[in-house]
Structures are given as C-alpha cells and as structure tokens.
Design a protein around this ligand. Structure first.
Ligand code: DC
Length: 227
C-alpha cells in the first residue's frame, strides 16, 4: 500500500482531531494537530504579556519567535502526540478558554504562520500523515491525496466544546463557548493570510447528524479508494 497525505480542515470544534486520531491509529500514520501549534505560540505570547483578549503586541512577538521551539512527543497511554513548548508539555494549558480567546489574533500574523507551516511541511515530507487545521489542504499540503473539509452548525459545535470543557472541570458557560466559536469562525474565515476556505478538491462532510463511528467509516472508505 502506498503512503498518502490526509489533510483535514474545517471550523473549530467540528471534531477534526477526533477523526484525525482515529484515522492515524487505523492506518499507522503520524497525526499532527496544527491548532495545538498555534495555541502553544499563543500560550507563549500570553506568558510574555504580548497578547490578551483585547491587546496584541505583534512586533514583540515576531521578534521573539526564534525563541519558540515546538515539538510533539507520542504519549503511549493517550495514543497521540502531545505538544511541547520549549521542552515543557503544555497540552493541558493550551486547551482552556483564555487561550481560545487569544489564538485567532496570533494565528493572523504572517510571520507566525510561515514559521509553523514550514515545520508542518517538514513533518509531512515522507507522507503517511494525517494533519488537521484550517489551511492544510490549501497551503500546507496543496497536493494532499485526500482532503476533507468538516463542518457542522455553530450550536452543535458549541455544545460539544462546552461538554468537553465542563467534563475537564473548567468553569465556563455555554453562551461563552458559543460566542468564542462564532468569533473564531469569523476571524478564521476573514483573515488576510491563509483564511479558512474549502479547497476546491476537498470533500465536505457536515457531521451535525453523524455519529463518530458513521463519520469514521465514511472517511475510511474514501481513504481506501485513494490507497
Ligand atoms: O483547531 P483549534 O481550534 O485548536 O485551533 C486553534 C486556532 O488556531 C483556530 O482558531 C485557528 C488557528 N489555526 C490556524 O489558523 N491554522 C491552522 N492550521 C490551525 C489552527
């Protein structure tokens, strides 16, 4: 069987990472969550005081980008790779609502994007990879053999994300989560550099009324056609 590149793009909280992890496990491929990379840079910028919900010191962040090193290390127990920022595991820290509120501002910066895209292309140079994000099929791997574009209603996505955060013990309201989902949709689709758009050759899946299993089987069939 030949190795292929699978690009999964779509709006926030559409279940991209769940699907990507399932596929990577089934195929023995590497899984890369590029959202985790943008979140880790955001966490770095927050710690340095370069970004908060209403403020961004773009130049200071750009000047410090050389001091940001990101790595993924596979965690056998969890079954996926966790993200490390300058040698420290930040997997939990990057998933909270504070980071979600700042990340779109950081992801708009071209210098941040080109640094991360370069690292993503390097990670995928031998194929056998499933990568999820917003610009994977359009910018990172425009020649990916399989491109999936995921969507579902904002309310469905907010419900899922609210449950996920509440289960982790985070004190958030459904309204806050919905607002964040809608704001990120807007910024992600309207930014100048690499906005979220469906690649012309991507297959769109609206999973509002699909179970995880139905979605997985649907995509696995698409993968089999490509292999
Ligand atoms: O997938 P996520 O929600 O964890 O991503 C966090 C943010 O990072 C998202 O709001 C947009 C940005 N992002 C991006 O601009 N490009 C990517 N390839 C991945 C994420």
């Amino acid at each position: 069987m030949k190795d292929i590149t699978i690009a999964i793009d779509g709006f926030s909280s559409t279940g991209k990472s769940t699907l990507a992890k399932q596929l990577a496990k089934q195929l023995g491929y590497v899984y890369v969550d590029t959202g985790a990379m943008y979140r880790a840079v955001t966490f770095f910028a927050m710690q340095k005081g370069f970004v908060s919900e209403n403020h961004l010191d773009k130049e200071l962040l750009i000047n410090e980008l050389n001091n940001v090193t990101l790595n993924f290390t596979f965690n056998k127990e969890l079954g996926f790779a966790e993200v490390y920022l300058n040698g420290t595991n930040v997997e939990n820290e990057i998933r909270n609502l504070e980071v979600s509120r700042c990340v779109s501002q950081v992801a708009e910066i071209s210098e941040v994007r080109s640094k991360l895209v370069e690292q993503q292309q390097e990670m995928g140079k031998n194929k056998a990879i499933v990568m999820d994000g917003r610009d994977i099929g359009t910018v990172v791997f425009p020649n990916a053999e399989l491109k999936i574009f995921m969507n579902s209603s904002a309310t469905t996505r907010a419900e899922r994300r609210f449950k996920e955060l509440s289960d982790k013990g985070q004190q958030v309201t459904y309204e806050e989560v919905l607002q964040n989902v809608q704001e990120r949709d807007y910024i992600d689709t309207h930014r100048e550099d690499s906005p979220l758009v469906k690649a012309t050759d991507a297959i769109e899946i609206d999973n509002s009324s699909l179970t995880k299993e139905e979605q997985f089987n649907l995509v696995l069939n698409l993968v089999k056609q490509k292999l």
